[in-house]
Write a protein that binds this ligand. Sequence first.
Ligand code: SAM
Length: 357
Amino acid sequence: MYTLIDKLRDTQNLTKNEWLLLLKHLQGTSIESALSEYLFSKSRSVQKSNYGKKVFIRGLIEISNICKNDCLYCGIRASNKNAQRYRLTPEEILTCADEGHEIGFRTFVLQGGEDPYFTDGILCEIITKIKNKYNDSAVTLSLGERTKESYEKLKKAGADRYLLRHETANESHYAKLHPANLKLSNRKECLFNLKQAGFQTGSGFMVGSPFQTTENLVEDMLFLKELDPAMVGIGPFIPHCDTPFAQYPNGSVELTLHLIALIRLMLPKALIPATTALGTLDKQGREKGILAGANVIMPNLSPESARKKYTLYNNKLHSGAEAAEHLRLLKEQMNKIGYEITIERGDYLCTNTTQNH
Ligand code: SAM
């Protein structure tokens, strides 16, 4: 296993069989083991040589929990009648950005369900306003599947990055997690369209989603390698009580940490968040994520009332602290483990200039 880790670090590649062997082994391995320590020390050294001890922050603004899709795992799926729906107005979104900028955020992530209210026209207006006011800041969107033309318009309006997890790279697994109208082929096409439109593009998947096999994870790693995204978000699956997957168990924190480390070795320059889902399952989850090779944290800038309603899964972490206090605590937590929160925009360090506007 040590040789496979070394090979991944040196060549950023493994064959399908090598991935299977390594992942099967790591699935039963505790993060306290010597092998895990070896893996984490290698991923930290790659993290350090690319980004030093910096942890980038992104201000998350959850703009709407109205969603036309019915993904089986998600708490804001269309058919969840218990979800209390909300949508922020463009003015409220701008106020969140104002408050975030004031305390040092230089990236705003507009995330939400696939809410038909947010037409290209409305989104372009919001993006333009944020970018005109804060030309030192990046705008990231995470608003699901849209047409190629739509992505191009959003990019032209000034959006810099787009997050769209592929969720699983296996067709039949995808079909078990999604309704019949959603197809993996379209998800993948969206990701390649986003890259082509010039976005720093992010993908990723849930760890331990229902029916996920080790073979599926191998396909996820191979797909990430093929896509070569600027950002990779992975987090454990956590059930939501009002979904068909209410009775399924949480994904494993330990496996998520192992996968973060492997992704750091495979895609050395990727921006990898220590996700909210990781922090939800483990109080130290964010610190552990950074120590496994992640280098991004996405604190929440949404108004308190929205945060409570943007419930993707049970017990989703939403600090009661206001954003400034939350950021102060985060800085302390990161300093304690030898890292430093930076207010830099934190763009992808790629050589291909089309992705780096
Ligand atoms: N609608 C946009 C999209 O589809 O990309 C963005 C919002 S979506 C709710 C953001 C991410 O939340 C999804 O990509 C999914 O991986 C994650 N998510 C949803 N339900 C989850 C659950 N039960 N456990 C963990 N993550 C979940």
